[in-house]
Design a protein around this ligand. Structure first.
Ligand SMILES: C[S@@+](CC[C@H](N)C(=O)[O-])C[C@H]1O[C@@H](n2cnc3c(N)ncnc32)[C@H](O)[C@@H]1O
Ligand code: SF4
Length: 493
């Protein structure tokens, strides 16, 4: 246990995350007052003062009641400028750098992502490019101001440079839709998504689709009347194709009835090949779906059994070929690095098989051990790779992506990822998923429908997002559908 006292208490949560990034598994106890007694033998106090036109932040590391190290960071008061959120971030970063220094010395470690603890590191690079900053200066800020390693700083800049052309075409009448189908055939070992097993929910599926169609139709008729254009639709989950062909068609038909215009990008997460047969593929095609995901996670049979995927590598290949035959020329494949028992050779094998299939997008995830997943509940049964091995595995993927003429185009981080790494979406030129970029960069309104959907309304003038959540539980969603609709209408009108 580490005790942490921060003079600006609202920064404590992020500083706690930063400390835990250095010391995974350690608990941090936030102290409200400096006088509070420590509960463990290690304590960090972070305080500040204004002196000589400078903001001074000091962090003290105390072991068994004795100060064993101190760090100090300063910032010129004249440089603290902008709206209140920007000022808050600038000041918070001074606190973070100060804590980073002291914990880095204590653990004798550096973090590749430096002081960044958020899930969307690309956003800061987009903001700097908006101010016409040169890439060399951006690199220097990432490296010296955020302590990000040179390789991650380059990765960030490269990723964002592939988003700019798409983001530059945004305008406030273009929107995206997300539709959530929170059902799956089985529960994967690592998964914490609140999706229900379809066989156990069978009695509710038709009512769920009724509620979903009602929500989409009622809300979208009002939105479209205001002149909005739907640029992308993303049907995700769960596994949307876990629905029967008839149920899936009901959703697609309702969408076509309410949005008759052609959709630039229309994705359905097929996900698992055990749910995506030729009949469903042709239905998707008929209703204008132009991008699908077929997700192997791994191409090793042993791993697929271990993680409860319910499909073989061969079924992935077969499903992929069927999708090509059905006319899909925009296919994504998800992979997870660090699955229990996998070694470098297993990643090579997965990449070799994906290379042969040559999809347009590949998303490389790093395993995150999330609360609510069967994996987290049974940790002792598994062995995990260390951060160097995870980084080596990501490097193998990177090399294969480059062999496939793919580049990184979106990136995000999650809590509890192995080695504190990242997830990277790769695309062939011109095949970036627009929805993934919009959703990650939060520069376009995304209306979300279905249980667990969180709509995000983007206000360009304030550069702010307003969230409108639906309830997560699908039975409550059906019961409270009028309330879910009312929440959205309140914003629209
Ligand atoms: C919305 S999820 C599920 C998509 C689909 N149901 C499937 O499983 O194929 C999208 C992706 O996130 C990744 N993912 C989910 N849980 C993860 C975890 N705990 N760690 C790393 N990646 C994860 C998987 O690669 C998954 O395909
Ligand atoms: S990973 Fe995908 S298929 Fe597996 S349980 Fe989660 S949402 Fe369902």
């Amino acid at each position: 246990m580490i005790d942490l006292y921060v003079e600006i208490t609202s920064f404590a949560h992020e500083l706690d995350e930063l400390i835990r990034a250095f010391m995974p598994g350690k608990k941090v106890n936030i102290l409200r007052n400096r006088e509070d007694t420590s509960t463990g033998n290690l304590r960090i106090d972070v305080v500040y003062e204004f002196k000589d036109n400078l903001l001074h932040v000091y962090s003290n590391l105390i072991q068994d009641g004795k100060k064993i190290d101190e760090a100090n960071e300063t910032m010129e008061i004249d440089d603290i400028q902008g709206d209140k959120w920007i000022i808050r971030r600038q000041v918070k970063n001074v606190f973070k750098r100060c804590v980073y220094k002291i914990v880095s010395r204590f653990t004798d470690k550096n973090l590749d992502w430096g002081i960044l603890t958020g899930i969307r590191p690309t956003k800061i690079v987009n903001e700097m490019l908006d101010c016409d900053m040169e890439k060399r200066r951006i690199f220097s800020i990432l490296n010296r101001g955020y302590f990000i390693s040179p390789s991650k700083a380059h990765l960030l800049i490269e990723t964002v440079s592939h988003q700019r052309a798409i983001l530059s075409k945004n305008h406030n009448k273009k929107i995206s839709l997300y539709i959530n189908i929170p059902f799956c055939t089985t529960k994967c070992l690592y998964c914490s998504f609140p999706s229900a097993i379809i066989t156990a929910s069978r009695g509710f599926l038709d009512s769920y689709i009724d509620a979903l169609i009602y929500e989409i139709t009622t809300v979208m008729s009002r939105i479209l009347k205001q002149g909005y254009i739907v640029e992308t639709i993303y049907i995700g989950g769960g596994t949307p194709t876990a629905l029967s062909a008839i149920q899936l068609e009901r959703v697609l038909k309702a969408l076509r009835a309410i949005i008759p215009s052609e959709i630039k990008e229309y994705t359905v997460e097929g996900g698992r090949p055990d749910t995506l047969d030729i009949e469903k593929l042709s239905i998707l095609k008929e209703y204008g779906v132009n991008r699908i995901s077929i997700n192997p996670q791994s191409m090793n049979e042993e791993t697929l059994i271990k993680i409860g995927r319910n499909h073989t590598p061969y079924e992935i290949i077969e499903c992929f070929n069927n999708a090509r035959t059905a006319g899909f020329d925009f296919i994504n494949m998800d992979v997870i690095v660090g699955l229990p028992g996998e070694k470098l050779g297993d990643i090579e094998k997965t990449m070799t098989e994906i290379y042969k299939l040559s999809p347009e997008n590949v998303t490389i995830h790093t395993l995150a051990i999330k609360r609510g997943s069967p994996l987290k509940d049974n940790l002792r049964r598994y062995e995990f790779i260390d951060e160097n091995m995870a980084e080596n595995m990501l490097d193998i993927c990177k090399r294969w992506m480059s062999n496939m003429n793919m580049f990184p185009y979106y990136l995000y981080r999650q809590k509890y990822m192995l080695g504190n790494l990242e997830n990277i979406g790769y695309a062939k030129p011109g095949k970036e998923c627009i929805y993934n970029i919009q959703m990650m960069e939060e520069r376009q309104t995304v209306w979300a429908f279905g249980a667990g959907g969180i709509s995000k309304i983007f206000y360009k003038d304030k550069n702010k997002i307003e969230r409108v959540p639906n309830v997560k539980n699908y039975i409550q969603y059906i019961d409270r559908i009028d309330e879910m609709i009312a929440r959205k209408i309140h914003i629209i009108e």
